[in-house]
Write a protein that binds this ligand. Structure first.
Ligand SMILES: [Zn+2]
Length: 169
């Protein structure tokens, strides 16, 4: 597929896929900047979206803890049973969240693959879509699809009320 033209320069001469730029920089970390894009910025902003955490962690932790308590309490395996029950309930509660995270990842991945960068103007854009994004804006779009995690650059320092749902205050 032909590279789309950069909205800023109406030319595709310095346009490259974001994914290709990221790959080029990770394979050659010593390279000089690409146009007006800093390699560090490529590493930071153009990285592919992260996989959600695998499920089963809490069950594993609960199983190990339960087994340890069982052995320490003189083979009282009721503790293992209780710990595993807690682990299973926790996993079930997190499963829906996990499915949503996978959904978000697929969307973010599609966005990441479809993104182009004009290295002359240091802008990210999408073919057949108006508008351009700075690398930092693009990173926020791809790395936090639900816009839950803030990088601390633009958000105020006080914690948001929505983020306090899991805290034990
Ligand atoms: Zn351009």
């Amino acid at each position: 597929m032909a590279r789309p033209a950069c909205p800023a320069c109406s030319d595709n001469f310095t346009v490259e896929r974001v994914s290709a730029l990221y790959q080029a920089v990770t394979e050659d970390p010593d390279r000089a900047s690409i146009g007006n894009v800093d390699p560090d910025e490529v590493i930071e902003s153009f990285a592919p979206p992260a996989e959600p955490r695998p499920i089963g962690r809490y069950l594993l932790i609960a199983g190990v803890a339960g087994l340890a308590i069982s052995l320490l309490s003189g083979f009282t395996f009721m503790w293992l049973f209780i710990a595993l029950s807690i682990g299973i309930v926790t996993e079930m509660m997190l499963y829906w969240e996990h499915l949503q995270a996978r959904d978000d990842l697929q969307r973010a991945m599609a966005r990441w693959r479809a993104a182009y960068c004009c290295s002359t103007h240091a802008v990210v854009f999408f073919a057949r879509e108006p508008g351009t994004y700075s690398p930092a804006q693009f990173a926020r779009m791809v790395h936090s699809p639900a816009a839950r995690t803030d990088t601390g650059s633009s958000a105020p320092s006080e914690p948001s009320p929505a983020g306090g749902a899991l805290s034990t205050r």
